[in-house]
Design a protein around this ligand. Structure first.
Ligand code: HEM
Ligand SMILES: *[C@@H]1O[C@H](CO)[C@@H](O)[C@H](O)[C@H]1NC(C)=O
Ligand SMILES: *[C@@H]1O[C@H](CO)[C@@H](O)[C@H](O)[C@H]1NC(C)=O
Length: 338
């Protein structure tokens, strides 16, 4: 017990020093800002907020190696629907079908239990202070830093929303069957650029999907073409073996980055896209546009540079979408309930 906690403290110290080092080093990067959000927003009201969240993440990461993927996707799905206001966490009620039960989220968005755990601990130390929306944003960055050494700042001060509608998740979250034009429109609706689209799609270098999402690409691409020609023959064969023709609804998991065994956070996704080894039609669509394809090639060239820096900038930008601040919104007590 003593030993474990000593080990824990020294790990924490090392991580904090690393954070300061990386933060100092990262000053050359120009991150987007918001007038009402600051990194030290909770300095007076809940100075231990960051440590509390971090502590929960360390423990949960040990139990679930796919947690980084789940928390990054949770952040994306929160921000694209009514802004980063934690509306993704609200459960459906008899009178309301919430975002969580929307098509892109149902049975596939995960990590909510970890946010709930962090919120419980925060409520013990600083009741009613830290928003669920800020916990999602902090968790997405911290889990990447913890597992991959990727740093970017997280401006804080978001407040929580009280509206969550499945129909808005269906309308605003991009489809894995989307073409380039549709993806650009979906990102532009959030104030995000074509570069942001390409850079943020790089998150598909970790995590999993399910056969149901890729089935059409493998077996029923169009009335005349069985298999999407954008897939390499070898990758198509591999997916077909996992997702057989007679099981269109199969929930078998497939790794998004099949070439590297999944959980490295690196630019390998872009090589996969170029090699016909990316899972979704929306991934392959990135090289159907010449300037997006050029960026895919640039990002794929080296594993972390310039991918990490660009990814950090785009994550900060995504984290500022339609945030509620000041007296807008609320601080929910329990993240899943209004
Ligand atoms: C560009 C449009 C995008 C589309 C169409 C898309 C679609 C999808 C789909 C269908 C899945 C698999 C869900 C499942 O089968 O359970 C998935 C997984 C994932 N997506 Fe995206 N996504 C997009 C952009 C993004 C962005 C911007 C991020 C974050 C910055 C992201 C992060 C992830 C992660 C990390 C996973 C793996 C989740 C896990 O392992 O639990 N995606 N995405
Ligand atoms: C993209 O999809 C939309 C909707 O299906 C379609 O109208 C459009 O022509 C497609 N664009 C391209 C470039 O294929
Ligand atoms: C910042 O907060 C002030 C005061 O609450 C508010 O009037 C203003 O609209 C906010 N700015 C943004 C960009 O949200």
């Amino acid at each position: 017990m003593e030993k474990a906690s000593a080990l824990w403290s020294s790990w924490l110290v090392v991580t904090m020093i690393l954070t300061i080092f990386l933060a100092t080093n990262a000053q050359a990067t120009n991150y987007p800002t918001h007038p009402n959000l600051t990194e030290d927003f909770y300095l007076r009201t809940c100075p231990q907020a960051r440590i509390i969240v971090f502590n929960v993440l360390v423990r949960q990461l040990a139990l679930n190696k796919n947690l980084p993927a789940q928390l990054i996707r949770l952040f994306f799905h929160d921000c694209f629907v009514r802004g980063c206001d934690s509306s993704i966490l609200i459960e459906s009620t008899p009178g309301n079908v919430a975002e969580l039960d929307g098509f892109p989220n149902r049975n596939s968005v995960k990590g909510l239990d970890v946010i709930a755990l962090a919120k419980e601990k925060l409520e013990e130390s600083c009741p009613g202070i830290v928003s669920c929306a800020d916990i999602i944003a902090l968790a997405a960055r911290d889990i990447l830093q913890l597992s991959r050494g990727l740093y970017f700042p997280v401006p804080l001060g978001r407040r929580d929303g009280s509206v969550s509608l499945a129909s808005e998740a269906n309308a605003n979250l991009p489809s894995p069957f989307a073409n380039y034009t549709q993806l650009v429109t979906s990102f532009a609706n959030q104030g995000l650029s074509e570069e942001d689209l390409v850079v943020l799609s790089g998150a598909h270098t970790i995590g999993v999907s399910h056969c149901g999402v890729v089935y059409r690409r493998l077996w029923n691409f169009s009335p005349t073409i069985q298999t999407d020609p954008a897939l390499s023959p070898a990758y198509a064969a591999k997916l077909k073996a996992l997702c057989p023709i007679d099981q269109p609804q199969s929930q078998t998991e497939i790794e998004l980055d099949s070439s590297m065994g999944g959980n490295f956070f690196d630019s390998n996704y872009y090589d996969n896209v170029l090699n016909g080894e990316a899972a979704f039609i929306s991934d392959s669509a990135l090289i159907t546009n010449p300037s997006a394809a050029a960026l895919v090639r640039t990002l794929g060239r080296f594993p972390t540079v310039p991918f990490f820096e660009k990814f950090g900038v785009a994550m900060v930008k995504m984290g500022l979408i339609n945030v509620k601040t000041g007296s807008d919104g609320v601080i929910r007590k329990v993240c899943s309930k209004i």
